[in-house]
Design a protein around this ligand. Structure first.
Ligand code: ADP
Length: 502
């Protein structure tokens, strides 16, 4: 099966969040199942083409977007990793290469460039023209989030012959790609599709609807989020559209790319530890302890790197996240404000936070870190290498999200033996099983209501387990590390959605 993925970010070339990881891991997993997969993205100013092994193709070609034609260049490379080669093409145009950020100015997180609708319509349309230029016929065009939803619309409107099937994946319904109806028309949306049954959304255009309304199949990144977005609480105004999709909408859980995220392979760690789950099932506790020795070293090195006291027995909590409302950062701050002044054993922990986002959150976190430097380390910025070291060095990973389509860090955390403490919603509910000491089951700690008291009580349970009988903690950690969220079964599920779409 020939599959064309079009995505606005693809790790390790470009990434702001989970979409970048998925747009890299899913195509590789599909290629391993025998599909012929090609990925198309954009050559942003931040992509170091030479260092990443990308080759400039001398050809340029014309891309029609509405009534305007854009001349674009092309770079070619491969997705890194073992397995069959997956080609990736980067569309080169000043709308991408002369911008330092992917979506907006790097110094103003959360803000989009004012011409984002045009930029991503160009990427969407260019991906289809490129398929023609390469004389390659995709049977399925797969778009991700609003940025590449227009690729599905252009496909339906006959940009490629024969017309391929189309699949849209929603990674986050909050981002809709809003622009004026006039802009949408300039980008090539037909006048009859500027209505409610097309892209119209409360007097504007929401480009995400170009995918939702016109793709043959719509998926989202966890079964639970697929249910939630049919409700007003999580649908953000699109719940009616989601309900109207009926069985065309389904949820397929994201996987983790364990080639990049396993503590026994990870090149970023000061010491490696653990081993593939199949080889550890029968290990005695003593052999397991030997295998895990590297984790203590990762913790101690991380504490040193972050300027925290190197105390192995003090539980180290961590969060790596965009610092936005979605991620429950206000709950974390409330929790810290209450707990950092406390001195008793129950409140004895260190906390490491890595993130960028809302300046108000950044400011409050920085202030707390300067008041409690021995307990809280905050690194404001995007740092891939540090994010791996935090996953390895921490004991617990906190994700109190307001909503979470899938979430990847809880999956990475489990694999690193770093127990997730999560709010039981979206993909977090689908992936983390709350610890039950009586039945000795579970892979982490979950709480339901969105408030800092609920978060605090989950953290208290986690810390009590950490300080309690060592056997329970270790067996919880072993279960978490064994949990398998590899891509193979989800990649198969996507192939079967493609068959339906075709
Ligand atoms: P979302 O896509 O909503 O941001 P996910 O949990 O799906 O959330 O994916 C987040 C990804 O981005 C993870 O791989 C996480 O490690 C990474 N990430 C987020 N913030 C940072 C940061 N400041 N530095 C490094 N990696 C980060």
């Amino acid at each position: 099966m020939n599959v064309l993925h079009v995505a606005s970010e693809v790790a390790p070339f470009s990434k702001t969040g989970g979409l970048g990881d998925v747009a890299s891991a899913l195509p590789k997993a599909q290629a391993q199942l025998g599909a012929q997969v090609t990925v198309v993205s954009a050559l942003y100013g931040s992509i170091q083409a030479t260092a990443l092994g990308l080759a400039k193709r001398l050809r340029t070609f014309d891309v029609p977007v509405g009534d305007t034609t854009y001349k674009v260049g092309l770079f070619e490379g491969s997705l890194p990793g073992s397995g069959p080669r997956v080609p990736i093409y980067f569309i080169d145009h000043p709308l991408f290469s002369e911008r330092p950020g992917i979506y907006g100015p790097p110094d103003r997180p959360g803000e989009d460039y004012p011409d984002s609708a045009l930029r991503f319509a160009l990427l969407s349309r260019a991906a289809l023209t490129l398929a023609q230029e390469l004389d390659w016929r995709p049977q399925v065009v797969h778009g991700h989030d609003w940025q590449t939803a227009m690729a599905l619309y252009y496909t339906k409107m006959g940009a490629l012959e024969p017309v391929p099937a189309t699949v849209m994946t929603v990674h986050n319904l909050l981002f809709k790609g809003l622009c004026s109806l006039e802009t949408a028309q300039k980008l090539g949306v037909q006048p009859e599709h500027l209505s409610l049954s097309g892209v119209e959304f409360y007097g504007q255009a929401a480009l995400i609807k170009a995918g939702l309304m016109f793709a043959d199949r719509v998926t989202t990144v966890s079964p639970n989020y697929a249910r939630e977005i049919r409700t007003a609480e999580f649908g953000y105004g699109l719940e009616g559209v989601m309900q109207s999709l009926g069985s065309k909408l389904s949820g397929i859980l994201n996987g983790a790319d364990y080639e990049r995220w396993s503590p026994w392979l990870d090149p970023y760690l000061p010491a490696r530890y653990g081993a593939a789950p199949t080889s550890t099932e029968q290990l005695s506790d003593a052999d397991w302890a030997t295998l895990m020795a590297g984790k203590a070293r990762c913790k101690s090195e991380l504490q040193r790197e972050l300027g925290l006291p190197q105390r192995l027995k003090t539980p180290l909590l961590a969060t790596i996240s965009r610092l936005t409302d979605q991620k429950g950062i206000d709950l974390i701050i409330d929790f810290l404000e209450q707990e950092l002044p406390e001195t008793g054993e129950r409140s004895d922990f260190q906390y490491a936070i890595i993130g960028v986002g809302d300046p108000a959150f950044e400011q409050r976190l920085k202030m707390l870190a300067s008041r409690y430097p021995a307990r809280l380390a905050v690194r404001l910025g995007y740092d891939e290498a540090l994010s791996h070291r935090v996953e390895a060095g921490a004991d617990f990973f906190i994700m109190p999200s307001r909503f979470e389509p899938c979430g990847l860090n809880q999956l990475y955390s489990m694999r690193y033996g770093t127990l997730p403490i999560v709010r039981a919603i979206g993909g977090l509910l689908d992936t983390v099983v709350d610890y039950d000491p009586r039945s000795r089951s579970g892979t982490g700690f979950a709480f339901s209501s969105y408030d800092s008291v609920a978060l605090l009580s989950a953290v208290r349970r986690a810390l009590a387990t950490y300080h309690g009988d060592a056997g329970s903690f270790i067996s919880l950690q072993r279960r978490a590390m064994r949990a398998d969220f590899s891509w193979s079964s989800s990649a198969k599920a996507y192939l079967s959605i493609y068959q339906q779409a075709i």
